[in-house]
Write a protein that binds this ligand. Structure first.
Ligand code: FES
Length: 159
């Protein structure tokens, strides 16, 4: 994964907001959206721009589950593990993803392609088990379909 962060995006985001502390959450949301996580390199720019302590930034960044301090993959795979999906053996999908691309929940492939997350209910229990990759939704997913679905996203590391 390329570790170089283009901080000009952070600068562009900051310029959209007045230099007021109340915009911190919105700024962090924009940064998360831009980079798919919150790069620590951006924090100093935000701190200076808003004139707030770094500790305030970290408190907010770690409070909200939507924020990640670690780089995430290009594609976020969300497997629902809510009650309906759990009963329809969503764990088998998680296991199959681990077998196929080698990551468990909360992990990212070393090439930065995929991250895997479990979520609670995606509101589509009738077609459980459910998984989402990026903006694409998949219902009644079987473990044997996982490989094909992932192949649609570029490549699968089948060792
Ligand atoms: S429990 Fe998975 S969609 Fe509702």
């Amino acid at each position: 994964m390329d570790n170089k962060i283009d901080l000009s995006y952070t600068m562009d985001i900051l310029k959209r907001y007045p230099q007021e502390r109340r915009f911190l959450l919105a700024i962090l949301q924009d940064i998360q959206r831009q980079y798919n996580y919150l790069p620590r390199e951006s924090f100093h720019m935000v701190k200076d721009y808003l004139g707030i302590p770094l500790s305030t930034l970290y408190s907010m960044a770690t409070f909200y589950r939507a924020f990640s301090l670690k780089p995430k993959g290009r594609y976020i795979i969300k497997v629902c593990d809510g009650t309906a999906c759990h009963l329809k053996l969503s764990q088998n999908l998680i296991d199959e993803i681990k077998n196929t691309i080698g990551i468990g929940p909360g992990e990212t492939t070393s090439d930065g392609m995929y991250s895997l997350e479990t979520v609670n209910c995606l509101g589509s229990c009738a077609v459980a088990p459910v998984m989402v990759i990026g903006d694409d939704f998949y219902g009644k997913v079987t473990p044997s379909a996982v490989g094909n679905i992932l192949t649609e996203y570029g490549r699968v590391r089948n060792e």
